[in-house]
Write a protein that binds this ligand. Structure first.
Ligand code: DGP
Length: 113
């Protein structure tokens, strides 16, 4: 069975979140430690620890997460934004339930740190 994470608890409703979107496949909510004026996380309902563990059968789901992210960014009024998927602790992943960050509302430098 998949390990419980803070995001699986959010999905079950055991931890509250500021929800912005939900459907049968995903949930989107505001990040509790925002790095920009808009910082939203899109997570699958299915428990996948990181992009590393995603499989070919998750292809449709992964596409769905990105399209939902784009719809949300547009609804938030962003004309530029960054989507980030941290994979692995050295890349900054702290919660091991796959998630797409939507970060926007300020200018973002490149390359990232
Ligand atoms: P990452 O570092 O890529 O694993 O991103 C995890 C993000 O999750 C981080 O930006 C902070 C956010 N986060 C952690 N715990 C909670 C929580 O309980 N609620 C919300 N809304 N966000 C959380």
């Amino acid at each position: 069975m998949a390990e419980e994470t803070v995001f699986s608890k959010i999905l079950k409703g055991d931890i509250p979140c500021e929800e912005v979107y939900r459907d049968n496949e995903c949930l989107a909510f505001r990040d509790v430690q925002p790095q920009a004026p808009v910082h939203i996380l899109v997570i699958p309902q299915k428990s996948i620890p990181s992009l590393r563990e995603a499989e070919t059968k998750d292809k449709k789901l992964l596409g769905h997460l990105l399209l939902v992210a784009s719809t949300i960014a547009n609804k938030e009024g962003l004309d530029s934004w960054r989507t980030v998927i941290n994979t692995g602790a050295s890349a900054g992943q702290t919660v091991f339930h796959l998630h797409v960050h939507i970060i926007g509302g300020r200018s973002l430098s490149w390359p990232p740190g």
